[in-house]
Every structure is written in C-alpha cells, then in structure tokens.
Design a protein around this ligand. Structure first.
Ligand code: ADP
Ligand code: MG
Length: 213
C-alpha cells in the first residue's frame, strides 16, 4: 500500500511496526530480562513480551483504520497490560505519537510527532538523557530522525538512522550510573550494565526501520 502514495506513511506500515516490535521483543525477551536481572528486578523482557502480545490481540480484535489509531491503541494496551515502569512509559510514547499525527502522515509529520512522544516519556519519567533509561535511546533516535528529514532522507534511510542512533544510545548507557527507576537504587553498582529499557527501545526503533524496508 505504501507504493500507492509515495512519501506517505500508511496504516499498514504502523501495523507492521507493532508486529515487528512484538517479534523482536519475543526474540530478545531473555536478553532483556537478563539485563534487568543485573540492575533491576528481572522482568523487563517478560513485561514487554506480554504487553506487545496484547497489542497484537487488540489490533486484531479492533482493526484500526488510521496510523493514529494503531499507535493510540498500542499505547493504551501497553499502559493497561504491562506491569512495571516501562508500560506507562512506552504507553505514553505511543499514545502521544499517535495523537500528534496529522492525516495523511508524512515523514516530517512523523518525526515531529515522535519528538512529542519522547517528550511525553521525559515528562512522565522525570528523566533526561544521561539518566540511564530508555530516554538514552529514544532521544537520540528522535534527533536523528528530525535531522534525516531536514536533510531530505527517504523514510527507509531516516528510520535506519534513527535505529542506529537508538542502538548507539543504548550501548552508551553501559558506563552510566542510573539516576531514575529501580536501577538507581544500586548507585555505583549500576555502572557497567546496559539499561534494559534503552535496549528494548533500540529493538523497537530497529523494527520501524525493518517495517519501512
Ligand atoms: P520496572 O523497573 O518497574 O521493573 P521494567 O523492568 O519493565 O519496569 O522497565 C525498566 C526500564 O524502564 C528501565 O530499564 C528504564 O529504561 C525504564 N525506566 C524506569 N524508570 C524510568 C524513568 N523514570 N524514566 C524513564 N525510563 C524509566
Ligand atoms: Mg523490571
């Protein structure tokens, strides 16, 4: 369907994104939970796997007719179904992203809406880049996406750049000391481990790039 309207991001792309994110989280569930075992309570992979499985069920049961509906539905389901801090945080990301989209969705519109989604996560979590959270992957991804759009990149290139920035941001959490969330209780002992939420954010951004490929 993407080929019907060049430059527009359609409902199918966003469905493919949520499905790809669900597959990636399932595939990496044990690694995510292992990261959370080191600096949290060993539930991040299982939390997100359950959440994205429920996202898929909800989208099948109530088929969305717009990109905004896909994303708001996904966000609402994550808030309802994921125990733990990451549910409301990812839920806010997807809900705010969906609510900020104008129809039809252009790449530039998506980039601006994604920035707004990341800001919603920052507000809810009272976290900034450098606190060793999912923000460390999401904020660089948002900036990379906006910059790619300004440079005239197509959706595939722009999402690839966002995914790479998220991955680099996740790896950059390793030497940081956690200042938010459960990992912050560990103080110095949080140093030397990748943040689980930043790792999952990198997977979710990679799924977007794959959906557009
Ligand atoms: P919980 O910590 O409740 O067990 P999860 O294990 O599912 O929840 O998710 C943990 C992840 O949530 C962390 O690795 C971090 O990336 C993210 N997180 C936790 N607290 C915050 C916060 N205040 N702001 C942003 N992200 C946060
Ligand atoms: Mg946890």
């Amino acid at each position: 369907m993407g080929a019907l309207m060049a430059g527009m991001l359609d409902t199918d792309l966003f469905l493919a994104w949520t499905e790809g994110a669900a597959r990636a989280v399932r595939l990496h569930r044990d690694r995510l939970t292992g990261l959370d075992a080191a600096i949290g309570d060993a539930d991040h992979g299982t939390n997100l796997d359950r959440g994205f499985t429920e996202v898929g069920k909800a989208l099948t049961e109530w088929p969305p007719t717009s990109p905004a509906q896909v994303l708001v539905s996904a966000g609402t389901t994550l808030i309802r179904r994921v125990g733990g801090a990451s549910g409301p945080l990812y839920g806010s990301l997807f809900r705010q992203l969906g609510k900020s989209l104008d129809t039809p969705v252009t790449l530039a519109g998506f980039a601006a809406a994604f920035e707004s989604g990341v800001q919603a996560v920052e507000r809810l979590g009272k976290a900034a880049q450098g606190d060793k959270t999912m923000i460390d992957a999401l904020a660089p991804a948002a900036r990379a996406l906006t910059q790619a759009v300004q440079e005239g990149a197509d959706e595939h290139k722009a999402f690839e750049r966002a995914a790479r920035a998220a991955e680099e941001g996740a790896k950059a959490t390793i030497p940081l000391r956690a200042r938010k969330g459960r990992a912050s209780y560990l103080g110095e002992r949080s140093i030397g481990h990748e943040d689980p939420g930043a790792a999952s954010a990198a997977l979710i951004m990679a799924a977007l790039a794959e959906a557009a490929a």
